[in-house]
Design a protein around this ligand. Structure first.
Ligand code: ZN
Length: 410
């Protein structure tokens, strides 16, 4: 039995656990050390550290201070890992915490985080998903059941001072182009809510003031939210500091490509069983800038899809030039429209796209002026026939069940 090197108590604030941090900074001390070849278990909070509750109100999604996220477990130091190496991480298994067999999906208010379709879903909404073994269902989104494609949304190694400075400089420059934009263009450092692991005193204050937020994916991986980086996959991370400093969190039971509702997966607290090794000098040997990975040998066996196309003409009819983001948004909106014909609310349909193992593909990027993106919905997740037919959709009786919504306070 692998040893659980870091435990979390879901009844304790993550700020009281010195093996947790919520910023990236080279000075955060290692929470623990392992050797190449070791396998071990790390427990994690959900990304909000327990702020979102298993209830029927979206007030917590509306009210959360998003500068507190993400609560990560680590960093784990790996003996012998040095800058220029690749850290090889095998995700041997990932699961939900036994005392917390549920997860949540949220749409954030446009005024507090927003999301991919926040023009259409501007108020906070939430759905709760129960986890039964390898499957999940929701009391707020009837008619579907998925097998888990369980993965960490966020995993990566500590940056070195130069890389950290580069992040802060380039993101700061972008934010400066429109500092008052809602939602914001980026997430600058925020010392007030920084949790720097074991750090204390003046060194903590300095690091907290410059520690990078965990929101975007960057060269080190970080918050990539790749659904296929699931249990059984093997990841090769660039190492920037002595010991590498591997941290993980933001576990997802299931997610569609794009994590489109922002809090778009089924977010959960859980554990990761992993094994680490090192490829000396691997960054130069393989020309690595961002992580690379091998997928899991085991994925849910969905092989029939209904596929929605979208092009880079937005919902107001405006032509965009080869804009994949616009095209994917149209594919998602087309899928939402379609699912409402079977009795779903627009919110439930959006939630399905965010939480089910939907595939998103960039299908064409050269046929000017339109790029084409496709959204693939696995048909086998529905407990009714969702295919088009001459007879028309059989409207399901969902008995008025819907997702709770909380309107903005002012
Ligand atoms: Zn997440």
């Amino acid at each position: 039995m692998a040893e659980t090197l870091i435990k979390v108590d879901l009844n304790q604030s993550p700020y009281e656990n010195e093996n947790i941090h919520n910023r990236w900074h080279p000075d955060i001390p290692m929470a623990t050390w392992v050797k190449p070849g070791d396998d071990f278990i790390l427990e994690t909070y959900d990304w909000t550290g327990g702020f979102i509750k298993n209830n029927n109100s979206a007030d917590d999604v509306r009210d959360i201070d998003l500068t507190i996220v993400h609560f990560l477990t680590g960093p784990v130091g790996v003996h012998g890992a040095e800058p220029g190496d690749l850290l090889v991480v095998e995700l041997l298994d990932v699961g939900a915490k036994q005392d917390s067999m549920w997860g949540f999906n949220g749409f954030f208010s446009k005024k507090n985080g927003g999301g991919f379709l926040d023009e259409h879903f501007s108020q906070a909404q939430k759905s709760i998903w129960d986890i039964k073994g390898m499957f999940t269902t929701s009391r707020h989104v009837p008619g579907v059941q998925y097998a888990g494609l369980i993965h960490p949304g966020l995993i990566g190694c500590l940056p070195d001072p130069k890389l950290l400075a580069n992040w802060n400089e380039r993101e700061g420059a972008l934010i400066a182009t429109d500092p008052n934009r809602v939602p914001a263009l980026g997430c600058p450092p925020c010392a007030e809510t920084a949790h720097m692991g074991k750090m204390t005193g003046a060194s903590k204050a300095k690091a907290a003031a410059e520690g990078a937020r965990t929101v975007p994916p960057r060269e080190h991986g970080g918050n990539c939210d790749i659904k296929d980086l699931s249990r059984g996959s093997k990841i090769f991370f660039p190492v920037y500091v002595k010991g590498a400093g591997l941290s993980v969190g933001d576990l997802h039971f299931s997610q569609g490509d794009g994590e489109i509702t922002f809090c778009g997966a089924i977010e959960m607290a859980g554990w990761v069983h992993m094994r680490v090794s090192v490829i000396k000098g691997g960054i130069a040997t393989y020309g690595i800038k961002n992580p690379i990975f091998k997928p899991s040998p085991i994925t849910p066996n969905y092989n029939d899809y209904l596929i929605f196309e979208g092009i880079s003409v937005d919902e107001k009819g405006k032509q965009h030039y080869l804009d994949v983001n616009v095209a994917y948004r149209q594919a998602c909106l087309n899928a939402i429209n379609y699912l409402t014909k079977f009795g779903y609310s627009r919110a439930q349909a959006y939630s399905i796209l965010g939480t089910a193992p939907c595939e998103g593909h960039i299908s064409g990027v050269v046929d000017i002026p339109n790029s084409c993106a496709t959204l693939w919905i696995p048909t086998q997740i529905f407990d009714f026939d969702v295919n088009p037919s001459a007879a028309g959709p059989v409207v399901q009786n969902f008995k008025g069940v819907d997702m709770p919504m909380s309107r903005d306070l002012d």
